[in-house]
Design a protein around this ligand. Structure first.
Ligand SMILES: [Zn+2]
Length: 427
């Protein structure tokens, strides 16, 4: 049986993965495979914080058993096969009890339990677009049991989490605890020793990205490509003792949210990959955000927001005519792409005028007639074209290649260049 839960948390705190640990420790059943943490559309306007939902495959386990965590001193195992199905009413009663106990006041939780997975299309819709609650419920009717609380918008994430078929996937080892101290040097040592982990530490901004950004029962989380390496990474960290830890299989760092589009097809609240030529050159607005536009016939604004820090140093080097591919989430108001990463395909040659042309008769510098309209000698009236002035080629400080926002500004779903087998460029 699959159990999905979402939206138990709120902007004030709480965490759906913690609720999952409660379910795991209190249920009479075994976990089949790893618990799943599924991130959904990061651009939806009403999202809580990380917009992550949980899916657990439960039953009486058989086959191989692996230890995947510890809850209050007790080991947690997952099994490779399911021998027997879980009981619907027992699981429903348990989920009901736990959600009621942990739901925050402004949260809209829901659970869904089902012996069948909803179609994969539901996951793709929920990670890439805006999905209506009613649409999801229509899909579930007759195949699943579910319950909505306080409006129950969480039914969308709960169902989508179950419908995820991991293609590309990563893992996160999440720890929980009240006492929270972590030795910075050990994070750096772990980051250097565990190449399959990512988003651990931002060296330039001296930021420990393992820690949650806001109040949460989560202590820290280590993300990586291999479960074995996550155990090793945890051993390397010098921290206060966690009360719980658990490994999740996740769609984090997969770029599943992104869709390749023409600029004319880009819609608000989606995440896109678009190719175009820089039209309006970068300019800074209040707050330190940097905006430029690209065009493929249609034009769209792209923004490197202040929290993307030194990524803005790359963006500000773009010039009209440069060919780029922009990856990012689309805001509605203002309508702009919030850049997550960027591939520079081609850089134009940029020239800067050094000197106006000199009149061959009077040997004096000519004067500009107007922007783009050429030159005229103020003494004899001789004319010259724009091309007759003397120009210097301007040095470009960026190169073609991939650039991404620093670790401190990275979104859960954004695939780090480290996972893309490309070398990041820097300036
Ligand atoms: Zn002259």
């Amino acid at each position: 049986m699959w159990a999905g839960i979402d939206d138990t948390d709120s902007v004030q705190g709480g965490c759906t993965t913690y609720v999952a640990t409660e379910v795991i420790t209190q249920m009479e059943y075994d976990l089949i495979g790893l618990p799943r943490l599924v991130r959904l559309n990061p651009n939806i306007p009403w999202k809580t914080r990380g917009n992550g939902a949980m899916a657990l495959h439960v039953g009486i386990g058989g086959g191989k058993r692996h230890m995947i965590g510890e809850i209050d001193g007790e080991p947690v195992y997952c099994y490779s096969h399911r021998k027997r199905e879980a009981n619907f009413s027992e699981m429903a009663a348990l989920l009901e009890k736990i959600i009621r106990r942990h739901m925050k006041r402004d949260a809209q939780p829901a659970y869904v339990i089902s012996t069948r997975k909803p179609p994969a299309s539901l996951y793709w819709k929920a990670v890439r677009t805006l999905v209506e609650k009613e649409e999801v419920m229509a899909e579930l009717d007759g195949t699943a049991e579910y319950r909505l609380y306080n409006g129950g918008r969480g039914i969308i994430g709960a169902s989508a989490a179950i419908s995820w078929r991991p293609g590309d996937r990563t893992y996160e080892l999440i720890t929980y605890g009240n006492e929270k101290w972590i030795e910075r040097e050990s994070v750096i040592a772990m980051d250097r020793a565990c190449p399959g982990t990512f988003n651990n530490y931002d060296y330039r901004n001296e930021y420990i990205a393992l820690l949650p950004k806001s109040t949460s029962p989560v202590f820290y989380g280590i993300r990586g490509d291999s479960v074995e390496e996550l155990y090793r990474a945890k051993e390397m960290l010098v921290t206060s003792k966690e009360e719980r830890w658990l490994i999740f299989e996740t769609n984090q760092a997969t770029d599943d949210h992104l869709q390749r589009k023409k600029i004319s097809q880009v819609k608000p609240y989606e995440s896109v990959i678009v190719k175009g030529y820089v039209k309006r050159e970068p300019y800074v607005i209040k707050g330190g955000h940097l905006i430029f536009s690209i065009s493929d016939g249609h034009e769209i604004d792209c923004t490197a927001y202040e929290p993307t820090k030194e990524f803005r140093d790359v963006v500000k080097e773009l010039r009209r005519g440069d060919e780029v591919v922009v990856y990012g989430g689309v805001r509605k108001q203002p309508f702009t792409i919030n850049i997550e990463k960027m591939k520079v395909l081609n850089l134009v040659e940029v020239y800067q005028k050094r000197e106006n042309p000199v009149c061959p008769v009077c040997k004096k510098h000519m004067k500009s007639v107007g922007r783009g309209k050429g030159y005229k000698c103020p003494i004899c009236g001789n004319k010259a074209g724009e091309e007759d002035a003397k120009y210097d080629r301007v040095k470009r400080y960026i190169r073609p290649g991939f650039y991404e926002v620093p670790v401190i500004a990275r979104r859960h779903l954004a695939k780090p260049l480290k996972r893309m087998a490309v070398m990041p460029e820097s300036i």
